[in-house]
Design a protein. Structure first.
Length: 428
């Protein structure tokens, strides 16, 4: 954004004293009116310092958070008009201060780090998983003078920020710079370390004062419909994470789901040359969890939406191995007692069939199977069970992010990492 546009967007903010955008809308409770006030005064470094009190991911969250459902949904300006462009302003601050002016996160935390080093000089914490929750936990622990080591199964950090979110939504250069800022706080990283393979929890417990588990939950959920095992049926999370796409050119592709993963899959597939891309969602557009702008951009790119449609079964070709068609049924939305959301119910005899070459399931995700072998209590969804202090059934082990069933946005994952760090510090 040009400075003139930035000033216009910043000056649109009323600097509310009650701060509903921060207290009600932002999972991290960023001090939004104050950082925007500093933008108005062109004190961009101060704006960055204010953000850094609560977040270490402004360049990321400013770009990919569902702002219209979080901070901007609580904006007073939005009552009678458009909300303040909080996300754009947050991303601007990171880009201006860190990328352009070459300031860094360590500048913001230096005083705290030096002050706390003597207090916690013998304390060590292991973080397993370098995604948003793990990185945030590591940063706030390091800020408090604690020695942090991140164990990561890949040879890069960032988790789904790096390869689970398409480049057109989140440039990898932004993720890399964000990671660099966090590691410069003095955090050690050990790459290619994976639980259940070459990393053992019991051994780590002997070496560290506390452990934070944040390995995510990126195994795509299934519908359990007939034909789901056929060739050509993929999990959306895995496709995005590993980037192992088939050749979509000239093909008909169906995406099942209504969240941002579904939008990312649909838009990626379209950009990779698919002839036709259809998003199948069993509720109405108004109920879609995906961000409004993601839906609009998908529509602009020629992606078709089949709202209030449900999959009955996936049909194969004559050989019985590959996807060829999918049978759908239309739904109606009804209000059921005890349910906050309208519930989709199949309409009898409304079945019809469409041709597809590939189907991508983007219905949510769950933890990997090996989590069952960690000897930690799980909840009914298979996530690691935590208490109000983010402790697992083993008091020395903490958890956050998707692995612990935290709400599935980057900001919520980061919030869990920050709050878990606070709990670890209190207990140390």
């Amino acid at each position: 954004m040009e400075i003139k546009e930035v000033n216009e967007k910043a000056n649109y903010c009323l600097n509310c004293k009650i701060k509903p955008c921060s207290k009600k809308g932002c999972p991290l409770e960023n001090n939004i009116p104050e950082f925007i006030k500093e933008i108005k005064n062109e004190n961009y470094l101060n704006a960055y310092k204010i953000l850094s009190e609560t977040t270490v991911l402004p360049g990321v969250c400013g770009r990919i958070c569902p702002h219209e459902k979080q901070c901007q949904s609580a904006c007073v300006r939005g009552i009678k008009g458009n909300s303040v462009s909080i996300g754009e302003l947050e991303a601007f601050v990171f880009d201006k201060v860190v990328i352009e002016q070459r300031h860094n996160l360590y500048e913001c935390y230096k005083e705290d780090i030096e002050k706390n080093k003597k207090i916690y000089e013998n304390k060590k914490v292991a973080i397993i998983g370098g995604g948003p929750a793990g990185l945030t936990a590591g940063a706030f622990l390091a800020k408090n003078g604690i020695k942090v080591t991140i164990y990561e199964k890949y040879n890069y950090l960032g988790g789904l920020l790096m390869y689970g979110i398409p480049e057109f939504r989140l440039p990898k250069s932004i993720v890399k710079e964000t990671v660099k800022q966090i590691l410069n706080l003095g955090i050690e990283v050990k790459y290619n370390q994976e639980l259940g393979k070459n990393l053992n929890l019991e051994e780590l417990k002997k070496e560290y004062n506390a452990i934070f588990l944040s390995i995510g939950a990126n195994v795509s959920s299934k519908m359990g419909v007939e034909g789901e095992e056929l060739n050509g049926v993929f999990g959306g999370n895995e496709l995005l994470e590993y980037n192992l796409h088939p050749d979509y050119k000239g093909k008909n592709v169906a995406i099942v789901g209504g969240g941002n993963v579904a939008m990312d899959c649909a838009r990626t597939v379209k950009k990779l040359g698919a002839e036709s891309v259809k998003v199948i969602y069993r509720r109405a557009r108004e109920q879609m969890p995906a961000e409004k702008k993601e839906i609009e951009e998908a529509l602009d790119e020629g992606i078709e939406f089949l709202f209030q449609n449900n999959i009955v079964k996936i049909l194969s070709n004559n050989e019985g191995k590959n996807v060829e068609k999918v049978e759908l049924i239309k739904t109606e939305l009804i209000q059921k007692e005890g349910e906050a959301r309208l519930v989709p119910v199949n309409i009898p005899n409304s079945n019809y069939i469409i041709d597809v070459d590939y189907i991508i399931m983007a219905l949510g995700s769950k933890p990997a199977d090996f989590v069952n072998k960690l000897n930690l209590e799980l909840n009914k969804w298979g996530n690691i069970k935590i208490n109000e202090n983010y402790q697992t059934s083993d008091s020395k082990i903490y958890s956050g992010g998707d692995l612990a069933g935290i709400k599935g946005t980057v900001a919520w994952a980061a919030q869990s990492g920050r709050e878990a760090a606070k709990s670890i510090i209190r207990n140390l």
